[in-house]
Ligand binder design. Structure first.
Ligand code: SF4
Length: 224
């Protein structure tokens, strides 16, 4: 049990489901233990999937989530939509018990119809500084499908004001929004520095600003 740390629902109590596997390999990824089995990320650490991944039937995940007694569940990763067909029964069950559900996604995979309207998608398209090739990180059909889903928010990880020009170009080209800008930062000092560098320009451009509450409150700890 924790709080949603980022985006439109920041600060709200929730439980997290973190899924393994990702179709991108962002060099600054803060959850490399979900996908980086060869050490290609900034840390250079090759994580062991036998230690990191724990397959569970969705009914067991559902039961564990109910025990937290929180109003919201956030599904994150990795890239959750890589295994979205297996998410459908869990989302249906959670919606049936009155939970709000958010799915964090990198925006490269179109959502299944069963998920549209049942969840909020927090879409985080990646900029060039992720190191992922543009053709892999920006998929027009997937962005359009996610933009059309009710409640979707687009959240961009930025370091400098120059990154905001790249965001503006993506937003204009793909016709997506609303936009949230989130400073990159895996430790509080880095997060604070980047937040200060971005804040004025984000407001001036008419976008929303979010921090990363879990980093500010607890630092770079797993399991938060
Ligand atoms: S898309 Fe997300 S989980 Fe995947 S590598 Fe990039 S930051 Fe990490």
């Amino acid at each position: 049990m924790t709080v949603q740390g980022e985006g439109p629902s920041a600060g709200q109590r929730c439980a997290f489901v973190r899924l393994g596997g990702c179709n991108l390999s962002c060099r600054w990824c803060d959850t490399p233990y979900t996908w980086d089995w060869t050490g290609v990320g900034d840390s250079g650490v090759a994580y062991d999937p036998r230690r990191e991944l724990h397959p569970l039937p969705w009914r067991e995940v559902f039961g564990r989530l109910l025990a937290y007694r929180v109003p919201m569940v956030v599904v994150s990763g990795g890239e959750p939509l890589s295994q979205q067909s297996r998410l459908v029964p869990l989302v249906r069950a959670l919606a049936g018990t009155g939970h709000r559900i958010e799915i964090e996604t990198n925006g490269t995979i179109a959502p299944r119809p069963e998920l549209v309207g049942a969840v909020r998608f927090n879409v985080s398209p990646k900029l060039a500084h992720s190191g992922d090739p543009q053709a892999r990180r920006l998929v027009p059909g997937a962005l359009a499908a996610l933009a059309a889903a009710p409640g979707t928010a687009f959240k961009f990880v930025c370091r400098t004001a120059a990154d905001l020009d790249e965001v503006a170009s993506i937003v204009e080209r793909h016709g997506i929004g609303p936009v949230w800008i989130m400073p990159e930062g895996r430790v509080p000092q880095e997060l604070d520095r980047n937040l200060r560098a971005l804040a004025d320009e984000v407001v001036a451009r008419g976008w929303n600003l979010t921090t990363r509450l879990h980093i500010a409150a607890w630092g770079n700890r797993r399991g938060i």
